[in-house]
Design a protein around this ligand. Sequence first.
Ligand code: RUB
Length: 361
Amino acid sequence: MRVKVGGEVKEFRTIWREGRLVHMIDQRKLPHKFEIVSTWRHEETAEAIRSMIVRGAGAIGVAAAYGMAQAALEAEELKEDIRTYLESAATLLRRTRPTAVNLFHSIDRCLRAAEGHLENPVMSVLSEADAIAEEDLEASRRIGEFGNPLIPDGARILTHCNAGALAFIDYGTALSPIRLAHQQGKRILVLVDETRPRLQGAMLTAWELEQEGIPYAVIVDNAAGYYMRRGEVDMVIVGADRVALNGDFANKIGTYEKAVLAAENGIPFYVAAPKMTFDPNCKDGDHIELEERSEEEVRYIYGLNEVGELSRILIMGKDTPVRNPSFDITPARYVTGFITENGVLRPPYSETIPRFLGLKG
Ligand code: RUB
């Protein structure tokens, strides 16, 4: 993605690897500060995923793969048994965030790579991790190509959370078709749900759209229905953290109500997601583990204070009881189509998804 830093425009990936060093854009500080965090050990990368320095299904999948690459190099340096070392790194990385299946797919692929190449398991894990990153990049680029024709000139598009270049390696999922539509000269407006409590919409999606010069407006989460009912939303495009075989999917809390409102108002509702986000072992949404995050995320708001310092502000009683589910499930019946790297999947999903995953002839 192109980023304006210090008056210059530079190309960045959300996360990249240089030998054992893993670099990532610090997503907790945008849009106020553009900073790169670098990790040297897999434990630090796991912590970066947990604390959401890096977040978004695709990006944490790649972060986990790079964490496994670091673990392979650590095992070599420490002369540890590689299998045992990788297994324990896998356990740590799996515990960081439970919902996005990309993370689990990546870890399993790296473990299988080590198993399959006993003569040089370290090299094999490194190339598998790099392959996962390249595949993610290519998948999101293709999602843009398949999604763009769905966007009419003049479209007003609602999106929730951040499913952009920051949530992937580059391009993004939901934002990939939007970028392409804009590049092709279509006049579009993106309505960005702010996405409480972590504000990924207001902080990250808005920042990405600003960088690209795509017209947008941030709206409070509760305003989506208002605009839909007024006829001011032509389509919804969101990302996903895990798609079940029947088409139910998990995404950021609040996605479900946007889908119901879209159906109520006759608005097409698309989910942009690559193969890595589909879970062949999950038959429906009731089998997806949904993350519950810290109460502090709801009690405090994070941003710049009036003297320009990043700070946390308590917005309710410090002991006020709160609940903080981070994801919800949207039933398949609300999804107009899944925009994937191989084309747009349509209902009945219990047939089209298994076929897409190569599970049915
Ligand atoms: C991210 C989120 C995003 C999906 C889709 O949640 O719900 O919509 O990950 O993104 P969080 P992707 O910010 O808690 O990680 O583009 O990776 O499919």
